[in-house]
Ligand binder design. Sequence first.
Ligand code: G1P
Ligand code: ZN
Length: 542
Amino acid sequence: MIRTVHTKPYDDQKPGTSGLRKKVPVFQQEHYAENFIQSIFNSLEGFAGKTLVIGGDGRFYNREVIAKAIAIAAANGFGKVMVGQGGILSTPAVSNVIRKYKAFGGIILSASHNPGGPHEDFGIKYNIENGGPAPEKITDLIFAHTKKIAEFRIAEIGKLDIDTIGETEVAGMTVQVIDPVTDYAELMETLFDFDAIRALFKGGFRMHFDAMHAVTGPYAVEILEKRLGAPKGTARNFRPLEDFGGHHPDPNLVHAKHLYDDVMSPSGPDFGAASDGDGDRNMIIGKGMFVTPSDSLAIIAANATLAPGYAKGLAGIARSMPTSAAADRVAEKLGIGVYETPTGWKFFGNLLDAGKATVCGEESFGTGSNHVREKDGVWAVLFWLNILAARKESVMAIVEKHWADFGRNYYSRHDYEEVESARADALVAELRAKLASLPGTSVRGMTIAKADDFAYHDPVDGSVSKNQGIRILFEGGSRVVLRLSGTGTSGATLRVYFERYEADPARQHVETQTALADLIGAADDIAGIRKHTGRDKPTVIT
Ligand code: G1P
Ligand code: ZN
């Protein structure tokens, strides 16, 4: 039976490109989730009888919202819902299922790398038929609908079993419970040399993959241990938990420090990797060598033809503006296009759809390619395994040879979290006002060549995105970038990115913060970071 339920709008349901993100108690308000899901459907046309994919990262409240989404989809006339078993599907896996089965779209329940639990974060995101996040014109429409919604339609579906693979009918709609891993694993088998990776593990190569009690656990067990023959125990923290074991499922040197320590210990594994809450981020660590996400993108691009799925070469490389220029040097050598986009995965979508870029990446532990329309953590890890298997060298040797060939881009990001918004805004305003006067001036012996607020001209649709981050470029290729985070939930987060190029192999082994010390000092001289934030050091350094 289908019911029409009267409801009142909420005024705080503005979705970003990562969807609507709020604390769980906010989502638990009466009709909060229902209103948002109905508003998504109110913003779409032509889905009658079509397929909707639904899955999440397993965090607290996942199952409740999945049940609501299925009931509302049935009442709104979808023909079929494909849902991951137990409500589990990683973000890149949803993207793949949408594309593979030509679904109309998908709903992802996740708050990415943010903590989960009854008082932590939850999120709902809508992806379109190309498998990527809904563009702004759709998210704007969804927001408009949330502000005027008066009723939603929902089917009485009783208690639905989403733990058993198979098909059932609910209120005239087919619900297909799918294995979350199979389609994704099959896609990976077409891209990477599984035989070579199997031989690598057979030869005694050891890795730890830390799923951080989040969504990639089942993917790591099936792909690494079952299909690639890595020993049992390779996948760590592989059981998805509603609260991620009480941790931040964020793969970086702060939240996955134990993994770093394991790999660095003499008795530890040769290789370490981790992914985040919903499986789209990745971290790569070799013995004696943490690979920065910027270097990882460059090295994947330089070695791409070793992987069968990329054997014909790359069309181009795209990176977000704050990501280091290491990938640019690879593109230059390969004679392919390089695209510098604003922060955020959505800017890669057009380049991938138009066939201009094949691989893309962000300094924030995001790497991916045209195989789906989301960044993809497990994909990046498999790419590294493929490279290691083909080159039969250590991560350290591969990285150092890369630096010797292309030069090293020393790189670090300093985050100042929960800064009072007014103070952060004042810093940016003051800096913007003096940008024009900076070129030609000298700070700590370094001359500023150019200073601007990054604007992106999309080469595919011609759109222009302004004010995407302040760049201070020094002679010789060093730079400082400052921008305010668009994803923080309390106060403002100031991100400061430092990059210095070093061509001489004899000077490529300095500790990163030391190598960047002059730039770090110069950034404070120019932008007054300490003065404005009232902090004498960043909250997080990556
Ligand atoms: C951050 C990262 C950005 C990434 C986004 C979503 O955004 O910096 O690269 O695309 O999360 O994962 P920010 O908080 O900096 O706006
Ligand atoms: Zn994520």
